[in-house]
Design a binder for this molecule. Structure first.
Ligand code: ADP
Length: 403
C-alpha cells in the first residue's frame, strides 16, 4: 500500500470497488433493481441520490461511472464555483470529441457524456443549478447529484425532470456490522462481538461514522492478537482523536443553542450562535429551515407573521447565498427571538395526532360527509347540526388552548 493511501481514512480505503462489495440498499442494487440494471448495462441517465450521509451515494456514483466506462468528474457543491463546472464541461467536450474521432465505430459506449458527480447538490443555488442545465440537456454531462435534503425543494424543476430520483435508506444495524467487520479485517484487527454490535449501533445508519470510530480506536488500542473491546471504543470516544464526531457534535450543539436562545427570547445569544454557525460555513438553508419550523412551533399564533418572515428568509437564502444572505439570517433571527411565543397550535396538533393513533380512523359524523347521491342523502349524509364536528367518541374534546 502506498503512503498516500495509508493517509486516506479507512472509510475511503475500503470503498467498495464492485457491487459485490456493496452492502444494503437492496431496493436499488439487488438483481433486477434499477441501479443493478444501470451498472450491468452501462446505460445511464442523470440521477439524484437522496439519503442521509454515509450510506453509499458517492460509492454508487463511482461504481456506475466505472461500469459505464465514462470519464468521471466529482465536485462538491459546498466549495465548487462556476469556473469549476465550466472547466469540467470543457474537459467533457474534449473527451467526447476525441472519442468520436478515434473510436466512433469501435466503442460506441464511449460516446456518452462524461459523468459529473455533484455531492451536496442542494448547496448549489438556483443560478448555479441553472448553469448546469444546458450541458445536461445537450448530453455533454450526465449528472449524478447527491443530497441529504428533499430534492423536490432543493433541486430546480428543470434538472429534476431530467433526472431519476433514488432514495437511499440509512444502513441497518446488520449492514453496518458487516461493514465494520470488513473495516477491521482491512486494519488487521479483530473485534469482540460486543464491540462490533456497539460500532453498528453507534454508526446510526452512517458507515463512515462507524468506520471512523473503529479506525480511531485501532490507532489507540490495537495490540497484536488481542481483539478491540467495548471499553476500548468507549475510551476512544472520550479522546480528542475523533475530529469528525467532534465536528458533528459542534454542529448539533450550536444549532440547538441557537434555537434555545430564540425560544428564551435572548436576541444577543441567538445572534451569537448564528454568527458561530455562519463563521463555520454552516449550510444557510439548514439554518433557515430551522427558523421556518421555529416560526410555527414556538411563535405560532402569538405572531403569525413570524412564519411569513421565516419563509422569506428561506427564500432569500436560497436565491442569494453566502455571503450576503447572512444579513437575511440575522434579520430573521432578531424577529423570531423578539416575537411573542405560543406553542398552542403545535401542542394541540400533537394531542390530536395521539388520538388518531390511539383510536384509528373513527367514523366522520354524517353531517359533514359529502352527500353526492340521493341514496346517500337518504342515509343521512350531510344532515344534522354542526355544533361539534368531532367524531362521536371524541365529542367535547379540546386540543387547542390558545386564543
Ligand atoms: P455518502 O456519499 O452516502 O455520504 P459514501 O458512499 O461516501 O457515502 O460512503 C462512505 C464510506 O462508507 C465508503 O467509502 C464505504 O467505505 C462505506 N460505505 C458506505 N455505504 C456503504 C455500503 N452500502 N456498502 C459498503 N460500504 C459502504
Amino acid at each position: 500500500m502506498t503512503s498516500q493511501s495509508q493517509q486516506q481514512p479507512l472509510a475511503d480505503r475500503i470503498r467498495p470497488e464492485s457491487l459485490d462489495e456493496f452492502i444494503g440498499q437492496e431496493h436499488l442494487v439487488a438483481p433486477g433493481k434499477p441501479l443493478y440494471q444501470a451498472i450491468h448495462s452501462g446505460k445511464i441517465h442523470s440521477m439524484i441520490f437522496w439519503g442521509p450521509p454515509g450510506v453509499g451515494k458517492t460509492t454508487l456514483a463511482r461504481l456506475i461511472a466505472k461500469a459505464a466506462n465514462r470519464p468521471f468528474f466529482a465536485l462538491s457543491a459546498v466549495s465548487a464555483s462556476k469556473d469549476d463546472v465550466r472547466s469540467i464541461v470543457e474537459a467533457a467536450r474534449r473527451e467526447r470529441n476525441g472519442h468520436q474521432d478515434l473510436f466512433s465505430s469501435l466503442e460506441p459506449r464511449k460516446q456518452g457524456g462524461a459523468i459529473l458527480f455533484l455531492d451536496e447538490i442542494h448547496r448549489f443555488n438556483k443560478a448555479q443549478q441553472d448553469f448546469l442545465l444546458p450541458h445536461v440537456e445537450d448530453g455533454t454531462l450526465v449528472l449524478i447529484g447527491a443530497t441529504t435534503e428533499n430534492p423536490s425543494f432543493e433541486v430546480i424543476s428543470a434538472l429534476l425532470s431530467r433526472s431519476q430520483v433514488f432514495v437511499l435508506e440509512p444502513l441497518t444495524v446488520a449492514d453496518l456490522e458487516r461493514i465494520v467487520r470488513r473495516g477491521a479485517q482491512q486494519l488487521g484487527v479483530t473485534l469482540t462481538d460486543e464491540a462490533a454490535a456497539f460500532l453498528a449501533e453507534y454508526a446510526n445508519g452512517d458507515a463512515r461514522q462507524g468506520l471512523n470510530l473503529l479506525e480511531a480506536t485501532a490507532n489507540l488500542y490495537a495490540t497484536e492478537g488481542v481483539p478491540l473491546t467495548l471499553d476500548n471504543l468507549k475510551d476512544a470516544l472520550q479522546s480528542k482523536h475523533l475530529r469528525y464526531d467532534k465536528q458533528a457534535e459542534e454542529h448539533y450543539n450550536t444549532i440547538s443553542a441557537f434555537i434555545k436562545s430564540m425560544r428564551a427570547s435572548q436576541v444577543d445569544a441567538a445572534l451569537y450562535y448564528l454568527a458561530r454557525m455562519v463563521n463555520a460555513g454552516e449550510d444557510p438553508k439548514f439554518i433557515a429551515r430551522r427558523m421556518v419550523i421555529f416560526a410555527s412551533e414556538d411563535v405560532g399564533m402569538a405572531d403569525p407573521m413570524a412564519l411569513v418572515v421565516a419563509n422569506e428568509v428561506f427564500r432569500a437564502v436560497e436565491t442569494i447565498g453566502y455571503p450576503e444572505c447572512q444579513i437575511n439570517l440575522a434579520h430573521g433571527t432578531v424577529y423570531l427571538a423578539r416575537a411573542p411565543k405560543s406553542r398552542a397550535s403545535c401542542d394541540a396538533f400533537f394531542e390530536a395526532l395521539e388520538d388518531v393513533q390511539k383510536h384509528g380512523n373513527l367514523p366522520i359524523p354524517m353531517q359533514i360527509r359529502n352527500a353526492p347521491t340521493k341514496l346517500m342523502k337518504e342515509l343521512g349524509y350531510g344532515k344534522g347540526d354542526d355544533t361539534d364536528l368531532l367524531p362521536d367518541r371524541l365529542k367535547g374534546k379540546r386540543y387547542y388552548s390558545g386564543s
